[in-house]
Design a protein around this ligand. Structure first.
Ligand SMILES: [Zn+2]
Length: 404
């Protein structure tokens, strides 16, 4: 990671992928096939794409000459010379994945095969206005480009996953409620980033980008549920291999399934939502009630990152009870969602999952108690430290250019 990359050649991959002319289509189909299937031989490409031999040979020559693909080894010989295996050249274009949440904004530069090249994180503080954060995003992308000798036309696109509510079509973050400063409402984040980088920029709900990023680790599964316990509760699902898109997110999201009739009021206006019991916000409110001295000394006024680290480090008994109690509600919600979506694998994500002892185990135990066929469902701790959100955001860009 972090090595400097230079590939001597004009990277116009974006134009090639956007070229809709009839003569470009066979070459594009072949490039897409290689991209989606990794190391492949010419015989396999001919068989799977149904393109004729001559066309495949000409297209492979063109793709090799343009450096869009490379020979990455030899396949098994069936008597004659072993066949060359082709793979996309991962540094003909780059991707930026960004995740904006209440506690941090993370930016990662990836190559085309989603290897991480560089990264930067800004811890969100109460005085971080949208203007500040968007300027930091622009500065960071410029620094990535400078450090790795990348031009703006070498970047295929920028994907952003953010906590909602948001309008993914307009590229706007709609409400400031989940953020710290109140100035986060109605922020046209896509337009503002495009002003500096006039390329493809896509905003989506972090619930979608995180489950996309997690799914990359579990290619064998078609039905995946991710629940992220953050300031709000973000849940995303992949059903039959396709992302079940949550458009605006948050209030429309799965965190607002009712798990307690006539329960606690939720900020969405209903009562008894899963979010009202188990989000970090709900946990903090409960600590305030049950352990006011601890709240005043260790949590009030601190940044969200510090609040989490104090909760983990201080071993306050009442706090522990509050957190493990909230895990029970998540377990019930997870059981309901996994039943609805026929999930084969359930991933639980968030800063407390890996850090707070017993929390994940309690969620899984409760989820199992409330499912009929728990034996069929696998549970995993999310890869929160490995940034599924930025990875999924970069995958949004790839899907737009190279999806089926
Ligand atoms: Zn609600």
């Amino acid at each position: 990671m972090f090595e400097t990359i230079r590939w001597d050649g004009m990277s116009m991959l974006r134009q090639f992928l956007q070229d809709q002319s009839i003569q470009n289509q066979p070459t594009k189909i072949i490039y897409q096939y290689i991209f989606q299937n990794g190391l492949v031989s010419r015989a396999e490409i001919i068989e799977k794409t149904n393109l004729n031999r001559g066309k495949v040979a000409r297209s492979l020559k063109e793709l090799l000459e343009k450096n869009y693909i490379q020979v990455e080894g030899l396949g098994d010989s069936e008597g004659g010379r072993p066949p060359a295996l082709y793979q996309v050249n991962p540094v003909t274009s780059f991707l930026i994945g960004i995740q904006i949440t209440r506690w941090e904004t993370k930016m990662v530069l990836y190559d085309l095969l989603l290897n991480k090249i560089d990264e930067k994180t800004i811890i969100m503080l109460p005085n971080h206005s949208p203007m500040f954060v968007i300027d930091e995003i622009k500065n960071t992308i410029n620094k990535f480009m400078k450090s790795h000798l990348i031009q703006v036309e070498d970047i295929l696109g920028i994907g952003i996953g953010a906590i909602g509510p948001l309008d993914s079509e307009k590229g706007t973050i709609l409400q400031s409620e989940p953020f710290l400063p109140m100035s986060w409402g109605q922020i046209p984040v896509v337009d503002q980033i495009k002003e500096e980088f006039p390329i493809f920029v896509k905003l989506d709900n972090a619930a979608n980008t995180i489950v996309l990023g997690e799914s990359k680790q579990y290619p064998a599964f078609q039905n995946i549920l991710n629940v992220t316990v953050g300031w709000t509760l973000g849940s995303g699902a992949i059903h039959n291999g396709k992302l079940l898109k949550i458009e605006s997110g948050d209030i429309a999201g799965y965190g607002h399934i009712v798990i307690h009739m006539d329960g606690k009021p939720c900020y969405c206006g209903k009562k008894g939502c899963m979010t009202a019991y188990s989000s970090l916000y709900a946990i903090l409110e409960r600590i305030k009630e049950c352990s006011p001295a601890f709240y005043l000394e260790k949590l009030k006024g601190f940044s969200p990152v510090d609040q989490i680290s104090h909760i983990v480090a201080e071993h306050d008994q009442m706090t522990k009870e509050v957190i493990l109690d909230s895990a029970k509600y998540i377990g019930v919600g997870v059981a309901n969602l996994a039943t609805i979506f026929h999930s084969e694998i359930v991933i639980v994500n968030g800063p407390l999952i890996s850090q707070f002892p017993g929390y994940y185990e309690e969620i899984i135990q409760q989820a199992s108690l409330h499912m009929n066929d728990q034996g069929k469902i696998q549970f995993r701790q999310g890869n929160f430290q490995r940034d599924p959100g930025t990875l999924g955001a970069a995958m949004l860009v790839l899907d737009s250019f190279l999806g089926e």
